[in-house]
Design a protein around this ligand. Structure first.
Ligand code: SAH
Length: 209
């Protein structure tokens, strides 16, 4: 598949301050166009969020890259849990870097499309679950890293409980005004670092659609 445009997006993100070569390489090698609606294909390699249907959005590339870079800064290895599969683009970036990605999505049709797209680009190290991300994925826990791509009104206790000792949760917290938090577990203690102001769709309770 032609990844020339992925390379252009990668160069753009480097200008936006993304430094990690592994993240930049993953962006360069991932055709974001595949993860947006055909009519929006011409905007796929711009640094903007775009609608993906069902009132949801594919996240802004610089945010996807930064959240992935944060995991890399914490020397995460092994499996990662993502909450909010959406288009599957962030899932693809993670799958190119980490051994295995577990991803939970509450809207079945989005999950279905994302699964097909990941298969199309030969990413098979992803397991998906239709369900409520507030609950995490207990049977696969603990995780060295959990990344949430929708904004939670408060930090879900169950996600904290599913972190390994030393594990990291990257999560946008808030409603109207949101902050990206990096929460690190050390034993039964959690340290919280507020890293940026962000704007995500809400992390909704329930697996109803
Ligand atoms: N990383 C995705 C972001 C999609 S938007 C991308 O770049 O495409 C956030 C996604 O979180 C949406 O698909 C939405 O349906 C999903 N979501 C919202 N609340 C959820 C919940 N409680 N459990 C699981 N997924 C949820």
């Amino acid at each position: 598949m032609n990844t020339r445009n992925g390379q252009q997006l990668s160069a753009l993100l480097q200008q936006e301050g993304i430094k990690d070569p592994v993240v930049l390489q993953a962006v360069a090698n991932t055709p974001r166009q595949l993860f947006v609606e055909a009519a929006l294909g011409h905007k796929a390699y711009e640094n903007t969020a775009l609608p993906i249907g069902k009132g949801q959005t594919i996240s802004q590339p610089v945010v996807v890259a930064r959240m992935t870079e944060i995991l890399r800064e914490h020397n995460i290895t092994g499996s990662v849990l993502e909450i909010g599969t959406g288009s599957g683009y962030q899932t693809a970036i993670l799958a190119k870097i980490y051994e295995h990605v577990y991803s939970v999505e509450r809207i079945k049709s989005l999950q279905f499309q994302a699964r097909r797209k990941l298969q199309q680009i030969d990413l098979h190290n992803v397991s998906m679950k239709h369900g409520d991300g507030w609950k995490g994925w207990a049977s696969k826990a603990p995780f060295t890293a959990i990344i949430v791509t929708a904004a939670a009104a408060s930090v879900p206790e169950k996600l904290l409980a599913q972190l390994t000792d030393g594990g990291v949760l990257v999560i946008p917290v808030g409603t109207d005004s949101q902050v990206l938090q990096v929460i690190k577990r050390q034993g039964d203690k959690f340290t919280v670092d507020n890293v940026a102001n962000v704007k995500f769709v809400p992390l909704v309770p329930g697996d109803i659609e």
